[in-house]
Design a protein around this ligand. Structure first.
Ligand code: IMP
Ligand code: MG
Length: 208
């Protein structure tokens, strides 16, 4: 049987990268109080880890959007706002925190909508950047990882609302097999098997 999916970025890869993004953002925004704006639901997990790596008085706010067409290419990125920000952003330093930028159509539309509200600045931080699929130019200030042109799930990203709680990010290798049996990734929900660190006591042969 061929592999349906495999780990692209492990939980520990993600933890390390989020820590260094947080440090970079904290240095760039020193002395300021940025508002971190995230699109529900995919970006929520990244945001919650990222803000704990930014020792500044940040605020967070959320938007929920829905595409008009089947996907962002069909709708040209035009979205309907299902839930708007709670607070105005006029005069604020806004940092948009995204899980993934694919074609960039949704983000491009959102950036122009946010710009109309008169923020002092708007920058983008995305965990994953699928540059190969980009249609409009979108200014990405902070990039977690360059992402191959593959469907990815986990760490907030879903397939049909499932698997947001995978600790790792997986790339789907066989989409038709996964669609035929969506339970196929259940074994990944436990994360990578623990690798014993050097110096750990050996596990007795009769353990368990
Ligand atoms: P866009 O093509 O950049 O407008 O991306 C729109 C949205 O599609 C993203 O915010 C994600 O919610 C979703 N998306 C794009 N690629 C993937 C993927 O590989 N896995 C899960 N969701 C994705
Ligand atoms: Mg998204």
């Amino acid at each position: 049987m061929s592999e349906v999916a495999r780990i692209l970025f492990s939980a520990s890869d993600i933890r390390r990268r989020v820590r260094s993004l947080g440090a970079e953002i904290a240095a760039d925004y020193a002395g300021r109080s940025p508002v971190l704006v995230t699109m529900l639901k995919g970006g929520a997990m990244f945001l919650s880890d990222l803000i704990r790596e930014i020792p500044l008085p940040v605020r967070v706010d959320f938007m929920s959007i829905s595409a008009y067409g089947a996907d962002s290419e069909a709708s040209g990125g035009v979205v309907r706002i299902l839930k708007d920000l709670d607070q105005p952003i006029g005069g604020e330093d806004v940092l948009v925190v995204e899980d993934i930028v694919d074609t960039g159509l949704t983000l491009s539309y959102l950036l122009s909508a946010l710009q109309e509200r008169g923020p002092k600045s708007v920058e983008v931080c995305t965990l994953l950047d699928k540059t190969a699929r980009r249609i409009p130019v979108v200014p990405i200030r902070y990039q977690g990882f360059e992402c191959p042109d593959r469907f990815v799930v986990g760490y907030g990203l879903d397939i049909g609302e499932r698997y947001r709680n995978l600790p790792d990010i997986l790339e789907v290798l066989d989409m038709s097999a996964l669609q035929a049996d969506p339970d196929q990734l259940a074994s990944f929900l436990h994360g990578e098997p623990p690798v014993p660190a050097d110096g750990d006591p050996p596990v007795p042969a009769d353990a368990g």
